[in-house]
Design a protein around this ligand. Structure first.
Ligand code: SF4
Length: 305
């Protein structure tokens, strides 16, 4: 059995920075307590647990404003996904100390949207409904930005004529390049003059391209990451739809289906941008051990061991 460790994989610069900002906050005795994280710092329960163990309180809820409503005092950390100006304003009004761990690539999209709206553009934003990143970006100009998720959403758009004269389309940072291209092409076909700003971040692009090329010919691609992580789910999609390799997404080694490696000649392994390296390392070590063992599969250790 050959094990293909897809590279690059795992933590991106935005997640590394957000985790570091949160760790430093936990160690700083001068910050007002309690320290809350507004939403999941990144979509990975192991990363969240690490910060909980340092004394930080992660709050979750339907949207960032609703989460913030649970906080009366102390410090709030905004996550890598970013927040809307209204949420920042509400935190200021409450007198909360604010630490902003928004990824610079997400901030760039916020700035782009503000700029385009100031120039009189109406914006189509390709993103995932219910995800915090679109919530924050659309919050920059809720009356001028329209969320579209699919080609069908573009076809169903019912914009008044004055809205379509100056039209732009931009995107969430963690989408599938291939799905997004189809949505942008549909928008271009319907509105040939639309200005296109593809904001899929570099980290997402290189991880997807690595899977598209390196997972080709693999009998199985194992994608390590949290089910709520958009970029993780997109990597599994790229493995299946672009590289043609069946994919299994697991949160950790404990999730690996018992017989999934049996009879496989080539196993590719990758992980989402929010997956801690040690979780992926455990999976790689286990699969490599299986590759060297001719006999029946060993019993798996529990994740974290
Ligand atoms: S996936 Fe991209 S946008 Fe999201 S945190 Fe990582 S680098 Fe930033």
């Amino acid at each position: 059995m050959k094990v293909i460790k897809i590279a690059p994989r795992g933590y991106c610069y935005g997640v590394v920075d957000a985790m570091q900002i949160a760790r430093e906050a936990a160690k700083n005795p001068d910050l007002p307590r309690p320290i809350y994280i507004i939403g999941l710092i990144v979509h990975n329960r192991f990363a969240v647990q690490e910060l909980t163990d340092l004394g930080l309180i992660t709050l979750d809820g339907p949207d960032r404003a609703a989460i913030l409503d649970q906080v009366q005092e102390g410090t709030v950390i905004f996550t890598a996904h970013g927040v809307s100006p209204a949420v920042k304003e509400r935190a200021r009004e409450r007198g909360l100390h604010i630490i902003d761990a928004t990824c610079p690539d997400v901030t760039k999209t916020h700035d782009l949207v503000k700029d385009l709206v100031a120039q009189g553009y109406t914006i189509l934003y390709v993103g995932k409904k219910g995800h915090p990143e679109p919530e924050g970006v659309i919050g920059e100009a809720p009356n001028d930005v329209f969320l579209v998720e699919t080609v069908a959403d573009v076809a169903a758009l019912d914009l008044p004529a004055e809205r379509t004269a100056k039209l732009a389309i931009t995107t969430q940072t963690t989408l599938s390049q291939w799905d997004t291209r189809a949505v942008i092409d549909a928008a271009r076909a319907r509105f040939p003059h639309i200005a296109v700003y593809n904001e899929i971040c570099r980290a997402t692009q290189v991880r997807q391209e690595a899977v598209a090329t390196q997972a080709q010919g693999a009998d199985l691609t194992i994608v390590v990451g949290d089910p709520r992580s958009n970029n993780t789910n997109r990597l599994a999609q790229v493995a299946e739809e672009i590289a043609g390799s069946p994919a299994v997404r697991i949160e950790s080694l404990a999730d690996l289906p018992p017989d999934v490696l049996q009879g496989k000649e080539r196993i590719a392994i990758t992980s989402g941008a929010s997956t801690p390296s040690q979780i992926t390392r455990e999976v790689i070590r286990y699969v490599e051990a299986q590759a060297q063992t001719a006999g029946p599969a060993e019993e798996k250790p529990n994740a974290g061991e």
